[in-house]
Write a protein that binds this ligand. Sequence first.
Ligand code: 5GP
Ligand code: ZN
Length: 138
Amino acid sequence: MKDCIFCKIAEGQIPSHKVYEDDDVLAFLDISQVTPGHTLVISKKHYSNFLTTEKDIMHKVMDVAQRIGQAQMSILGAKGVNILTNVNKEAGQSVFHFHVHVIPRYIANEGFRIEMKQNEKLSELSLPALADEIKKAI
Ligand code: 5GP
Ligand code: ZN
């Protein structure tokens, strides 16, 4: 897609430090390293995010993400890994081409932190009704 930075990286128009490549998937180091080895895994074909990606391609990207996480643990000496993908700007997505972050973690709380705080205002939520609503839509 025109003007998409990750399409340009996939096509080799913009250089990147590649760690993996096949016909459908490319992985390269994130330009802003959260921790040493922070890698992005992308589909070569343009999809705007995880939710809109064709299932077999999404599976291939996730397979590579798993292998990179395993390599970060065995070769880089990471003690943990965060694997995450942001969908839309409300969730922090800034590049609208499907990608998965694979972030090796060496020391607890060094790098970044996802804090999941219970929102006290939501204590009245009906969990059975919510679960039903989501269940029906799958
Ligand atoms: P998002 O915020 O969309 O989940 O993540 C986008 C990521 O792409 C960011 O972590 C950002 O550092 C990375 N990024 C943006 N532009 C480039 C680039 O030109 N090259 C590389 N290697 N990474 C990039
Ligand atoms: Zn793209």
